[in-house]
Design a protein around this ligand. Structure first.
Ligand code: S3P
Length: 447
């Protein structure tokens, strides 16, 4: 699908966000592994989360999804109740499904085969295979590049202490869920704290998890004296118990509207029910550091996650430095940070973000190339980008590279550029935000 975006002024109104993608995945997974029913409201009905549902259905879990009401009911079959899958477990475009489910499959006494789309078939899996192999699972890539398809035969796991070289919540979560099946406690040491939804949710379902910061001289420290890394420990578990889960709105989806309101002249947007868990809140810090007019209203705890409404008005922005332990807290927002930087006076440096190269696309290469077509002044680096902002962008013919976050970031840039922009492959927004263009249209017309 090609979409044409013309520039505008005065974005106005309210955005009611779709549910958080990370939390929606985890609610289905933990619901399936629990005893009893898990009722999820505010579920993100997007392609990635539907991939997770379909994998668990293939393992004998009954799941009812009410698309209109955004409600999902999972009939859990306990930690040992999954059946050997009928055929391939297909994870589509979803790295989260692929890596976390690998940890669950490592605990199962049956063989399964995991595969995904052409993007997933290039994304690194060694980072999750190595710890699961160390725990005793049999896991092998059937792809010469070491990616999916993965054949996994689980069971008889032993507890380990694993130093993860990357701050990755997908890897951490896969190891922690495998740890539920191990013969002793399992720890993950990560160089900076990645999103902690799995830890919070596991506790709510009756699991035993603890997290502690490590001292600054720890060998896995990311070099930031404030952060010596984190150690997260899970105990083996006889049972989890199903419960109600209220999924907050996804701050990663909110980020596109926060950025749009900040750069489109004359705008004022209220984005309601935004999940502001501090391990996800880096975009708020960056917007403030760039001089954005942003305030949080109605802050509260909803279930196990903090939420707020976010009010953003247009303001003049200036460049900043984004790096260190902030990176895992806004890893998915870095493409839209690059857009913000184009509209900010002076230089913005994004660094310590090499992970961007192995997301749904190489987001350093893609954002440099596509924003470059609009006249942006960006130098890609090995682990980020240097963006010299403050020059106006012009409309252009762009390509999403079938990366949902690239497509939405480019759409935001197009709103504040001069002239029309076309984005090829815009349907990839279905991965995380199927209603994105509809919501964008609504605030353009002031509704
Ligand atoms: C996610 C973790 C992040 C993020 C992804 C969702 C999760 O990936 O980029 O979109 O739900 O755990 P990594 O853990 O690989 O950094």
């Amino acid at each position: 699908m090609n979409i044409t975006i013309s520039p505008c002024r005065n974005l106005r109104g309210q955005i009611k966000l779709p549910g958080d993608k990370s939390i929606s995945h985890r609610a289905v997974m933990l619901g399936a592994l629990s005893e009893g029913i898990t009722e999820i409201s505010g579920f993100l009905m997007s392609a990635d989360c539907l991939s997770t549902i379909s994998c668990f259905e293939k393992m004998g879990i009954r799941i009812e999804a009410d698309e209109a009401e955004k409600k999902v009911t999972v009939h859990g079959r306990s930690l040992h109740g999954l059946s050997a899958p009928q055929g391939l477990l297909y994870t589509g475009n979803s790295g989260t499904t692929t890596r976390i489910i690998s940890g669950i499959l490592a605990g199962q006494p049956f063989e399964s085969l995991l595969d995904g789309d052409s993007s997933i078939r290039t994304r690194p899996m060694k980072r999750i295979m190595d710890p699961l192999l160390a725990m005793g699972a049999l896991i092998r890539s059937e792809n010469e590049n070491g990616c999916v398809p993965l054949r996994i035969r689980g069971g008889n796991l032993k507890g380990i202490s694993w130093k993860s070289p990357v701050a990755s919540a997908q890897v951490k979560s896969g190891i922690l869920l495998a740890g539920l099946y191990a013969d002793s406690e399992t720890s993950v040491l990560e160089p900076a704290l990645s999103r902690d939804h799995t830890e919070r949710m596991l506790k709510a379902f009756g699991g035993t998890v603890s997290s502690k910061p490590l001292s600054g001289d720890n060998p896995i420290s990311d070099g930031n004296p404030q952060s010596g890394g984190w150690k997260i420990t899970v105990q083996p578990q006889p049972r989890l118990t199903g419960r109600r889960i209220l999924v907050p709105g996804d701050i990663s989806s909110a980020a596109f509207f926060m950025a749009a309101a900040a750069i489109v002249p004359g705008s004022e947007l209220l984005i309601t029910n935004v999940g502001i868990n501090p391990t996800r809140g880096g975009i708020l810090q960056v917007l403030r550091a760039m001089g954005a007019d942003i305030s949080l209203l109605d802050e509260k705890l909803q279930g196990m996650e903090e939420t707020a409404s976010v009010l953003v008005r247009t303001s003049s922005l200036h460049g900043t430095v984004i790096g260190g332990s902030l990176i895992p807290t806004l890893i998915d927002e870095l493409p839209v940070c690059a857009v913000l930087a184009c509209f900010a006076e002076g230089e913005t440096v994004i660094r310590d973000a090499k992970e961007l190269r192995v997301k749904e696309s190489d987001r350093i290469a893609v954002m440099t190339e596509e924003l470059g077509k609009m006249g942006a002044d960006i130098t890609p680096t090995e682990d980020g980008m240097i963006i010299r902002g403050g020059k106006s962008l012009h409309g252009a013919e762009l390509d999403s590279h079938m990366d949902h976050r690239a497509a939405m970031s480019l759409a935001v840039a197009a709103l504040a550029a001069e002239g029309e922009t076309q984005i090829r492959g815009a349907e990839c927004v279905n991965i995380s935000y199927p209603e994105f263009f509809k919501d964008l249209q609504r605030i353009r017309t002031g509704g």
